[in-house]
Design a protein around this ligand. Structure first.
Ligand code: UD1
Length: 368
């Protein structure tokens, strides 16, 4: 079998790494990596390929930034050429970014089977571009690989055949568990953030990049005011996404001195910081799940989540993006703080099948 493994943006790289690694065990499988170039800066892309032990992609599409239509169209045009040249039996797309949508449409129109990893997640919020990407991708996929029971319920409700849905666990957690072990043997003294971590025994870790949080000046100002208040209790370590950096500058918003900002981090440096944080503040989808897997308290700066299992387990709290909600959620979350360290010790599999074996399960299903 020849399979194309598609990745475009930062959160995709963590998901293709375990699939690529597990693929090497099969002689009857040729697995090629296609990088669409949706994320292209060294810190948003190459550093992940290095940390995650991924080889150079077989195809790099140079899609770059732009409006959603421009970006999606550029990926589609370039990916169609790759499919025509490679004639794969299968295209594997992960997650919910524009590249996921673009490549699934191209493959399906060329009558190539499509497997969607992380299928069935729904926020029911169509103002999120990712929700549209998830729904369209799932409407044309042939195989649905599901991470949590809500994904299964959503797909069945949407009329998908039970035979095409597979609850396999989560490839992103495969990667996380692999990297937690790697980090134990890694010399971290060269990390740019090592000195910062040594100086502060207790800290919060923060990421934020969603348009709903950073593109509107009033909303971003409200969030910044809350962060400045929270930083009176604990220092906040904040790797800043390019979009957020641009908006903070444009709206002339000032973060407190106790908020330590730096550029985007590679996977290992980021994990090195957040796995020992007393809590994580984020609007990322993946970090909600990764903190859940390691039992770390998480405050999510969103009104909803397409990953309800993270809420059900109690480690993740939805705060919304308005000051009252954020401060209320922070007070609620701070009840966990004295036990945060011991929560991290409880690394048994908290969600069914989030055990590091998802990629193996996927290939066993896909390969004849
Ligand atoms: C994309 C995904 C989002 C994911 C996020 C992770 C979509 C619709 N969104 O959002 O689901 O959570 O990635 O980061 O696919 N930029 C750079 N360097 C880069 C890449 C981007 O400076 O390497 C800047 C550009 O100014 C660009 C902006 O960041 O316009 C946004 O990038 P884009 O890929 O459009 O969306 P993200 O906000 O990163």
């Amino acid at each position: 079998m020849k399979a194309l493994l598609v990745a475009g943006a930062r959160p995709n790289f963590m998901k293709i790494a375990p699939l690529y690694r597990a693929a090497q065990a099969y002689e009857n499988l040729e697995c090629l990596i296609v990088h669409t170039g949706q994320h292209y800066d060294y810190a948003m892309s190459q550093t992940f390929f290095d940390d995650l032990e991924l080889p150079e992609p077989d195809h790099y599409l140079e899609a770059g930034s732009g409006s959603h239509a421009e970006q999606t169209a550029r990926v589609m045009v370039a990916f169609e050429k790759v499919c025509l040249k490679e004639e794969p039996d299968l295209v594997i797309v992960v997650g919910d970014v524009n590249s996921t949508l673009a490549c699934s449409i191209v493959a399906k129109k060329l009558l190539i089977k499509v497997a969607h990893i992380e299928a069935g997640l729904r926020s029911f919020d169509l103002t999120m571009p990712e929700e549209i990407n998830r729904m369209v991708t799932d409407s044309i996929s042939d195989y649905f690989f599901v991470t949590e029971s809500s994904g299964l319920d959503n797909l069945l409700r949407e009329g998908k055949s039970e035979d095409a849905i597979f609850m396999v666990g989560h490839v992103m957690i495969d990667n996380l568990l692999h990297q937690v072990e790697k980090l134990k043997d890694c010399d971290t003294s060269g990390f740019a953030v090592a000195e910062l971590k040594q100086r502060h025994k207790q800290y919060l870790f923060m990421t934020m990049h969603r348009p709903a949080n950073v593109d509107d000046p009033e909303t971003l100002k409200g969030i910044v005011d809350c962060l400045n208040k929270i930083a009176e209790d604990y220092p906040i370590f904040f790797p800043v996404h390019p979009r957020t950096a641009k908006m903070l500058k444009q709206f002339k918003l000032k973060l407190a001195d106790n908020i330590f900002c730096f550029g985007p981090l590679g996977f290992r440096e980021s994990l090195y910081l957040w796995q020992d944080a007393i809590a994580v503040l984020t609007d990322s989808g993946g970090l909600q799940e990764e903190t859940t897997a390691l039992g770390i308290p998480c405050l999510t700066l969103r009104e909803n989540t397409e990953r309800p299992v993270t809420i059900e387990l109690g480690t993740n709290i939805l705060a919304g993006n308005q000051p009252d909600g954020i401060m209320k959620a922070y007070r609620q979350l701070s009840k966990f703080f004295p036990v945060a360290g011991s929560l991290v010790e409880r690394r048994e599999c908290l969600v069914p099948k989030w055990d590091g074996q998802a990629a193996e399960r996927i290939w066993r299903i896909l390969l004849p």
